[in-house]
Design a binder for this molecule. Structure first.
Ligand SMILES: Cc1cc2nc3c(=O)[nH]c(=O)nc-3n(C[C@H](O)[C@H](O)[C@H](O)COP(=O)(O)OP(=O)(O)OC[C@H]3O[C@@H](n4cnc5c(N)ncnc54)[C@H](O)[C@@H]3O)c2cc1C
Length: 396
């Protein structure tokens, strides 16, 4: 029998772990497509320490493969950085998969459809699943079409940052300034030190990325005491809900630090709760910023802007497929409904749900990993492993 061709989009942690679980199946021909190089999104936060320990960041089947190949595994209780996770786990795991799987590096998936069926064709067409998927990809040799019987979208969200303006729109002038703005968590001890030291910095957002950035900037201030931090965030409440007896100490530390900073307890940090960025304009080497606050607009001038305001899933990849998305989160509907029904403060307490939460109207198309959570930033690798473990029952 000809093996079924399975296309996994994205060689991040979840794409590689998916390939690792399925790699030994003779009935599957596995193709892993990666826009850059494996772990490219994690590379952006190489300098950041995970808040979950190694034991939560490795799948049982990944560990088994590495043990079988005599690759030493770091202490399960230690905490990797993005870089050590890539170098000591993700890359060695990928090495165990070759030549069983085909890795298409520097190859972006641009769109997915069916080779002989349009999105609007016969909504309940029982034969839809027999028509192969058609993948529009761009690799080192240009554009091409590939086919697949099963497609797994594990492309994450980091390529698609949210706008920093009101209502999730870009602030006025944001797009023109794009190259000047820092997104993600700056490396204050390395690449970004010179750029940020002794500057007047506007930090936006109050999620864990923003808190990690704030923590880094406070460390930068220990050596460069004239660095000024203006911290603007949307809520006018304490920005973090503390989790009682949080089993993840690093997360607990960051949450507590955020609330203290919001109360103005750190010299050099000016908290501006209840703020939205309305306009950004270049002024020589600085940026003029208009914030909308409860009492009206407020203008300030800063040297740097760091936007840690979240990401959006790029749903254009499956625009031509019959994918049912949640109108609020942009995540696949069944999983989104399950997440909503158990919404609470602690992502550790979230149940991945059964295999049915991964299904949507398009047969044999699955969204896994960080992207499966849509706009919800609570995704944990451990949840991703639970998702992957459901796949064999869905693939038959
Ligand atoms: C700073 C930070 C810290 C985190 N810390 C933790 C933690 O401590 N514990 C935890 O469990 N989780 C943590 N997470 C959350 C989550 O586990 C990670 O974001 C994880 O990287 C998600 O894995 P993924 O494979 O779903 O997506 P990603 O890591 O985003 O990987 C997606 C891959 O797809 C590729 N890609 C994108 N578009 C395309 C395309 N069109 N075609 C082909 N390839 C494409 C990308 O280049 C990338 O390699 C953290 C996240 C961040 C941002």
């Amino acid at each position: 029998m000809t093996p079924r061709r399975i296309a996994i989009l994205g060689a991040g942690p979840i794409g590689v772990e998916t390939a690792a679980l399925l790699a030994d199946r003779e009935d599957l021909d596995i193709h892993l497509y990666e826009a850059a190089s494996p772990g490219a999104h994690v590379r952006r936060w190489d300098h950041v320490q995970f808040f979950s320990p190694w034991e939560m960041n490795r799948s049982p089947w990944g560990e088994a493969r590495l043990q079988a190949s005599d690759t030493p595994l770091p202490d399960p209780a230690d905490y990797p950085t993005g870089a050590s996770y890539r170098q000591e786990y993700l890359q060695p795991l990928l090495n165990t998969l070759r030549p069983r799987i085909t890795l298409h590096e520097e190859t972006s998936a641009l769109g997915v459809s069916r080779s002989a069926a349009l999105k609007g064709d016969l909504l309940a067409n029982p034969h839809r699943k027999e028509v192969p998927f058609l993948l529009h990809v761009r690799g080192p040799d240009g554009e091409r079409y590939d086919t697949a019987d099963v497609v797994i979208d594990a492309t994450g969200v980091l390529s698609n940052p949210a706008g920093m303006g009101p209502g999730g729109l870009p602030a006025l002038g944001e797009q023109a300034l794009n190259g000047e703005l820092l997104r993600g968590i700056p490396d204050v001890h390395g690449t970004h030190r010179e750029l940020l030291a002794s500057q007047r910095i506007l930090l936006l957002g109050h999620g864990h990325s923003a808190l990690t950035t704030l923590d880094g900037l406070l460390k930068l201030r220990e050596d460069h005491g004239d660095t000024q931090i203006i911290w603007a965030f949307r809520t006018d409440q304490e920005p973090r809900d503390l989790i009682a007896d949080d089993p993840l100490p690093e997360r607990a530390r960051l949450d507590a630090l955020g609330n203290r900073a919001a109360r103005g307890e750190f010299p050099g940090v000016l908290p501006l709760p209840g703020s939205l960025v309305k306009r950004l304009e270049p002024r020589g080497h600085s940026v003029a910023v208009t914030l909308t606050r409860q009492d009206g607009d407020e203008s300030l001038q800063v040297d740097r802007v760091i936007a840690n305001v979240g990401y959006r899933p790029d749903t254009s990849l499956y625009r031509e497929l019959q994918v049912h998305l949640c109108y609020a989160s942009d995540g696949p509907m069944k999983l989104a409904a399950s997440l909503l029904s158990q919404s609470g403060g602690d992502c550790l307490a979230v149940d991945a749900g059964g295999p049915e939460t991964l299904q949507n109207p398009e047969p044999n198309f699955f969204i896994l990993g960080a992207k499966s959570y849509g706009r919800n930033s609570n995704f944990l690798l451990r949840t991703g492993f639970d998702q992957i473990a459901q796949l064999p029952s869905l693939l038959g």
